[in-house]
Write a protein that binds this ligand. Structure first.
Ligand SMILES: CC(=O)SCCNC(=O)CCNC(=O)[C@H](O)C(C)(C)COP(=O)(O)OP(=O)(O)OC[C@H]1O[C@@H](n2cnc3c(N)ncnc32)[C@H](O)[C@@H]1OP(=O)(O)O
Ligand SMILES: CC(=O)C(=O)O
Length: 533
């Protein structure tokens, strides 16, 4: 992707590697940070705050290696730190000197702007805090750095003592900070608070303003956009909203809203079209499962389940979608369930490559079968492959079969030392041959899976590529009178894609067998084998 350097008139400032790393459960190595920095640069953010050089060896090393190893195409690297300590010269404060020596072209310093924090946390006078802001900005400017100032607790501070909060903003602006960033550090603001305060500070100081919104009230993205509407031209965000406590303004909905709804071009269109991939790639590096319900980029963001929604979507997807998912690299999906009607099944068929438009009866039969099966405990929402087999059964008047089961048996042996042995035997027919195979596993389902593979791999060598990647069991207690039912969902991969299958029975192994049968049948269909229908 060719990259344009973003205009400096509006800053998308990413702090995933600093504030994002403050989230519980995230622990980034230097290599992780470098990988994320590359993803963010490719996405087109203007600034990447990499951490606090001097605060820990990892962040110090990151700044050295990022500058040596990454040829940033769009982003400028930013070092984060604090104002000098009370009572010392900025040039004598090792923390401030380390910021200048990190080599990043931009430094953000955090400054206290709430009088109570100056008294209680810094334990200094309000006047000395103003001098700390001025001296630190001037020192860093004198060392050739561009400086942004994060005014910590600005909104709470402004509501408690507006005159002092404004004094801090002015001290930052007048001493040479390019951006005065108003921070909702405790995340308690609502958009109306942010709107009023940003407008007042802009009118009072004339400074270029930024916004840094924590998400404690669930309003960080809304607060960020409210600040932009009120005149802020610098937004601080983190990928997937990672950050201290509940997180920060999420970079992806902020960028998408600015670009697609405010008409402000902040990243290249081609990068926006890769946004879903970027979000998931960063989630992979931080080792957190991407939230399926994240706006714009979640796998559920454009997934439709209600029959009535689908019937309108069939006419025009815009009727139930706020944007075209492809603009952000996502896609529309139909979820098959007992809430589906004809339209949804038709659209799902299209998604799977079946044109069902001309056969109302067939679509009706599929809808009825889905509803009956879901009443028995099946769930097709996460089992597209089982649904496709059901659909194919109706379309072709016969389910695809590659093997016919004669019987299976599983034995679990409890040993005196507390361990278990699991053995399975399957008897089946495939391509006219009777196959009897055994398997051992670390559990009964694993043993059954191994016996099945063992028996079939000689006849269908493609099965060697298939791998069970997820296995979920749910007991559907009380749903069918006093009897409980077991539902098993299996995800299978052939190395290039993944598919889900479902089985339901009163016995967990029987339910697992059904899901395995569908998984292998679907895998063989995908591999191009001709069924023995
Ligand atoms: C709102 C935010 O998220 S800001 C980002 C905060 N990020 C982090 O804290 C992560 C990295 N932090 C660290 O590694 C450590 O806290 C360090 C290296 C910065 C400081 O460590 P220590 O010197 O042991 O101090 P400690 O962590 O207890 O912090 C308190 C000190 O910071 C001072 N301090 C707090 N805020 C500020 C500020 N905005 N400007 C200057 N000093 C500050 C306090 O006055 C106190 O100083 P004192 O020890 O002289 O009394
Ligand atoms: C600077 C920052 O992270 C905050 O005020 O929340």
């Amino acid at each position: 992707m060719t990259q344009e350097v973003p205009s400096d008139d509006f800053h998308v400032f990413d702090t995933t590697l600093r504030d994002g790393a403050q989230r519980e459960g995230i622990n980034l190595s230097v290599a992780d940070k470098l990988t994320i920095a590359r993803h963010l640069d490719e996405f087109g953010v203007g600034y990447i705050e990499g951490g606090w050089p001097g605060a820990n060896p990892r962040d110090t090393e990151f700044f050295q290696r990022a500058q040596a190893e990454i040829d940033f195409r769009a982003a400028r690297l930013v070092a984060f730190g604090a104002t000098r300590k009370a009572g010392v010269r900025a040039g004598d404060d090792q923390q401030v000197v380390a910021l200048a020596e990190a080599g990043a072209p931009v430094v953000t310093i955090v400054a206290k702007s709430h009088d109570r924090h100056v008294d209680l946390a810094l334990r200094t006078t309000q006047e000395e805090n103003l001098r700390m802001v001025r001296d630190t900005v001037e020192y860093l400017r004198g060392r050739g750095c561009r400086v942004f100032v994060d005014c910590e607790h600005f909104f709470d501070g402004y509501r408690a003592n507006p005159a002092y909060a404004l004094d801090v903003a002015r001290a930052a602006h007048e001493s040479g900070a390019e951006v005065v960033v108003l921070c909702d550090t405790n995340g308690g603001m609502l958009p109306s608070h942010v709107d009023g305060i940003v407008r007042s500070v802009l009118a009072e100081t004339g400074a270029r303003l930024g916004i840094h919104a924590q998400d404690d009230s669930g309003c960080a993205v809304a607060n960020t956009l409210a600040a932009v509407d009120a005149g802020a031209t610098h937004v601080q965000c983190t990928a997937n909203g990672y950050g201290e406590r509940v997180g920060n303004a999420n970079l992806f909905p902020v960028v998408a809203a600015l670009q697609l709804k405010h008409g402000r071009r902040v990243v290249p269109d081609a990068a926006l079209a890769e946004m879903t991939r970027t979000s998931h790639a960063i989630a992979e590096v931080v080792n957190l499962t991407p939230s399926t319900h994240q706006p714009y980029v979640g796998t559920s963001a454009f997934a439709h389940k209600a029959g009535l929604h689908a019937s309108a979507i069939k006419v025009d997807p815009d009727l139930y979608q706020h944007i075209d998912p492809e603009l952000v690299g996502n896609s529309m999906r139909m979820l098959v369930s007992d809430m589906a009607g004809r339209a949804l099944v038709e659209l799902k068929g299209k998604e799977l490559g079946y044109d069902l438009t001309s056969d109302r009866d067939l679509v009706g039969r599929v809808v009825d079968r889905v509803k009956e099966q879901e009443l028995r405990g099946f769930s097709y929402e996460a089992a597209d492959a089982s649904f496709e087999l059901l659909l194919r059964d109706e379309v072709r008047r016969g389910a695809p079969r590659f093997f016919r089961l004669e019987s299976w048996r599983v034995i679990v042996e409890d040993r005196p030392d507390g361990t278990h042995a699991n053995e399975a035997i399957v008897r089946l027919w495939a391509k006219g041959e009777r196959v009897v195979a055994t398997g051992e596993g670390n559990g009964p389902v694993n043993a059954l899976d191994r016996a099945l593979r063992h028996g079939l791999e000689r006849i269908y060598p493609e099965l060697a590529r298939l791998e069970l990647v997820d296995y979920k069991v749910r007991i559907l207690e009380g749903r069918h009178g006093t009897e409980s039912t077991t539902r098993v969902l299996i995800s299978t991969s052939d190395g290039t894609s993944e598919w889900g299958t479902v089985g339901v029975a009163d016995n967990v192994i029987a339910a697992s067998w059904q899901a395995l049968d569908d998984a292998y049948t679907y895998g063989l269909l995908r591999a191009g084998e001709l069924p023995q229908e």
